[in-house]
Ligand binder design. Sequence first.
Ligand SMILES: [Zn+2]
Length: 310
Amino acid sequence: MESPPFKVEKSFLVQRFAKLNFGSFHLIGYSVAGEETVVQVPEWNVCFDFGRAPHFALTSDIVCLSHGHMDHVAGVGYFLSQRFFQGMKPATVLLPRELERSVDMLLMSWRQVERQTTPYTLVPMAANQMYEVRRDFGIRAVQTHHGGPSLGYVLISIREKLKPELVGKTGPELVELKKSGVDIQYRIEVPMVAFLGDTTDGTVFEHPDVVNAEVLVTECTFFEPDHKSKAKHGRHLHVDQFARILPGLKNKHIVVTHVSRRTGVRRAQRILRKFVGSAEMDRIHFLMDFEGAADGGDMEDAGPPPADAV
Ligand SMILES: [Zn+2]
């Protein structure tokens, strides 16, 4: 057999996805500003944003769309069509209520283009509205601060506990109390994962579910001193703002997404470390920091110049 004329080291055509392990759940995803954002939590059957509908995302029955910019919504038609094609059940799409009509028109157009009755369910959401997936699991929308209608979403574990004053009563006693109409349990909500999509600084970083979520997934797009005006113009976070926000956050883990290719993940990490110190960096993970992540400048040579982040 003839040997190939040259050895292929690696193909830049193969897109690599990140996988972060948080014990009872994972995040799988890809997020680069202006290019694509999609973050999945497989154990909760939820995906945040569609990106360009990468293959792994198709398994999520629920998708929470943060806003209408193309790098977050592009894959919606492909996502729904592929699931239908593969015999999966219709997906449920939570989205800012202001986008419901236009996304519905888009999907109806796709049905005509494809001549296929792709099913879907759109759930229009408003800030602080809770979508109850199950008795023990809900998704709450939170107001974010970006261009146009935008929402973040928090996965909430809902637990019911016996009221403290009733601890020690026997089973039959509790049954009697319940029969007589006494509410014997109280509800606690535990925010597990908060995903903010794109946002600049604002009240979202004071929302209790965002502050207390075990894992917070937030953007921080710009890191260079001369990118402050880009951050302001696009309503994105600059590292200056992010460093000011961080002390108020109680999250066990913070995952940074949507870093501009103009900076690159490794350089962004170094800059953030200078702002916040090494101890704070222990809980901060950059989604795209996996083996082979390029320093700023490397990737720009491999493709067209980066669009300013949307
Ligand atoms: Zn955006």
